[in-house]
Design a protein around this ligand. Structure first.
Ligand code: CU
Length: 121
């Protein structure tokens, strides 16, 4: 009788764990990772973004001042962001690693230092 109680307790625990496990968001094309980045002279915020490999990413980038760009050459991404606008990029990073992203639109004297890192784990 006592063993039946223990088995029941174990079953209830497993069901509770399954019910509480994190799930992918449904209804958004399978997007499971959403990251927001703000571009402004002369930095990205955050400048370091961490995502998981092989899972779709939705990268939302807003320009807080002048025209900018987010370029991730290794992932064939090159997207201009006009002043005050927001762009949404969807991609799935295949390989783990660190990918630099740059502003590829001249935006002022500090433009060359406008760099960030996408970390794919
Ligand atoms: Cu720039």
């Amino acid at each position: 009788m006592k063993s039946m109680f223990i088995i029941g307790l174990l079953l209830a625990s497993v069901l509770l764990l399954v019910a509480c496990a994190p799930r992918a968001q449904a209804g958004d094309g399978g997007i499971v990772q959403e990251v927001r980045v703000t571009a402004r002279q002369f930095q990205y915020s955050p400048a370091r973004v961490v995502v998981r490999a092989t899972q779709p990413v939705k990268l939302v980038v807003t320009s807080a001042d002048v025209d900018h760009n987010i370029g991730i050459p290794d992932l064939y991404i090159d997207q201009r962001i006009e002043s005050g606008n927001t762009v949404t990029l969807k991609f799935t990073p295949k390989a783990k690693g660190e990918y630099k992203f740059y502003c590829l639109t001249p935006c002022g004297m500090g433009h060359d230092g406008m760099v960030g890192t996408l970390v794919v784990e």
